[in-house]
Design a protein around this ligand. Sequence first.
Ligand code: CAA
Length: 240
Amino acid sequence: MSRVAVVTGGSRGIGEGISLALQQMGMTVAANYAGNDARAKEFTDRTGIPAYKFDVGDHDAVIAGCARIAEDLGPIDVVVNNAGITRDGVLHKMTWEDWNEVMRINLGGCFNMAKATFPGMRERGWGRIVNIGSVNGQAGQYGQVNYAAAKSGIHGFTKALAQEGAKYGVTVNAIAPGYIDTDMVAAVPEPVLEKIIQKIPVGRLGHADEIARGVAFFASEEATFVTGSTLSINGGQHMY
Ligand code: CAA
């Protein structure tokens, strides 16, 4: 029986690359998405990967969504917490809603997905949770107190849950991507992005499949002794 994997925000951007990489490894993949029905349908038609619509920041919706996936595909063995949003702005202009939405979705989403799936992994004695953090959670970023705090929180969440899962065969690791050529990064104003790229030693944005390869390693059968670890994939932008 193949492993069942859920990738949040799995129908586009970095998540799409991760869904495809796990499918190539022989896993049965479910891609979660929040809003873009047309894009999710196009993704499912093209890849054969079913898409499940729920808001990862909504606790009850996550419990129900994961139950639906398990009923359709089998118990969930692998979770990739990739879904995330930005609401960039300097602190003195940032609203409480900008802060709260980013915390609710980016960090709360990891908690909700773990609540829905970690107990089952623990009982079955095998599981993989891979959380997508960010270089901006490691180094900070002007205009991102909300996003940097949430992503930094993901790195702490990873290390804490790794300790709880270790003796039950459940590993919990994180990837810290740098700037990747997705819609999210395309939304950064051109002159700001130019300056950021100048600071990346590799000299370009990364690609989704370059992140997906790291996730595939953490999710693999072989990665039994790696837990609580963060892999930075950022073109050398921040060597941490
Ligand atoms: N360091 C120091 N000062 C900076 C700065 C920086 N990095 N960036 C901008 N400033 C300064 C500007 O020079 C300007 O100064 P003056 O007023 O003296 O001219 C001042 O800050 C205001 O800058 P803006 O005009 O840009 O301010 P704004 O309010 O219009 O926009 C912003 C602020 C929304 C934060 C905008 O700068 C921005 O979008 N920055 C990019 C943030 C970013 O990198 N987001 C990443 C998104 S992708 C992602 O998050 C994925 C991932 O995980 C990597």
